[in-house]
Design a protein around this ligand. Sequence first.
Ligand code: HEC
Ligand code: HEC
Length: 308
Amino acid sequence: MFKHFIIISSTFVLLLANEPISPIPQTVKYNQAKALLGKRLFYDTLLSKDNTVACVVCHNLSSGGADARKVSQGVYGRLGNIQSPTVYNARYNFKQFWNGRANNLKEQAKEALENPNEHDMNPQLIEQRLNASTSYKKLFYKVYHTKKITFNETIDAISEFEKALITPNAKFDKYLRGESSLNHQEKDGYILFKQYGCITCHNGINIGGNSFQKMGTFFPYKTKASYPDRAEILKNKKYHNVFKVPTLRNIALTSPYFHDGSSKTLLQAVKKMAYYNLGIDIPDDDAQKIVAFLKTLTGEKPKIVEAP
Ligand code: HEC
Ligand code: HEC
């Protein structure tokens, strides 16, 4: 009887160890002082040319870290050409941006600040504005021990805040750790997610974010969006419509879906994915189950976001 139990439990552990998705750690290391300064910068419109835009405007931390609009609106009401993805768990992406043109969070933040359709700033102007603020002078001095605030420190603090933006303890992560169970619908959804092959592109800690793949591996995908794909980045036509596979964490909170924001509901997104990237029309019933599974990927907001 005892021996039997050992065998069952070790197979159970082995099964979890072989899961293609791994949980977000419950805590991560980051520099608290830098991150808190970065948080303030993330919310501050001072970092935008016309003082109307902050990172948080297009990355709403109360609703999934993304933008509910199809395309974001930057300074002077300028519209972008692509849907804003979530900043939550971005630290786990192997590259940043839909087309992966930034290698890390610092490169990404630099571009967001300089992009004419987002903050439209330059390093000199940012340094000028921050150095003119006595409260920022004090804060930067406390954290970086410098008398003159630099652009690099600004980027450093913002990216440190982003490192803290993880969403642990999703129902699915608790299930992976053996702390909680999924209901039938959710469990079936996870099995279908693997059986249909969604898992070949959406896997790992971020359930995506770790490879470039074509949108439309089975049927050519047409979009009105004028956004540069990997083909334009690499100057190679072979990579037409290739993008970074997005994370599916907190996906229930980040409608609309796809780089062109073309699907409003998760059900539509799942059916579209199955059609374009697996070449199948999946029955509504199966798609609903997959949606139920996807809803278990909503994690907890990190404490640093809740704190005043
Ligand atoms: C005007 C809206 C807007 C503002 C302001 C903005 N972003 Fe973004 N952000 C976007 C859009 C749109 C994208 C996608 C662009 C792309 O992929 O080419 C994006 C992409 C990102 C990504 C990449 C995520 C991924 O999965 O690839 C991160 C990280 C990010 N932004 C952080 C920031 C930070 C930090 C700031 C402030 C310094 C900021 N953003 C300001 C709209 C905005
Ligand atoms: C061949 C790789 C591949 C397969 C297989 C695949 N996906 Fe995707 N998935 C992608 C890529 C690439 C994108 C981004 C496409 C775009 O925005 O144009 C994406 C986007 C998504 C999105 C939208 C994410 C967002 O933030 O907007 C969802 C939801 C999704 N996939 C779910 C699924 C499901 C469910 C399946 C299985 C039925 C699946 N995917 C199969 C590569 C894949």
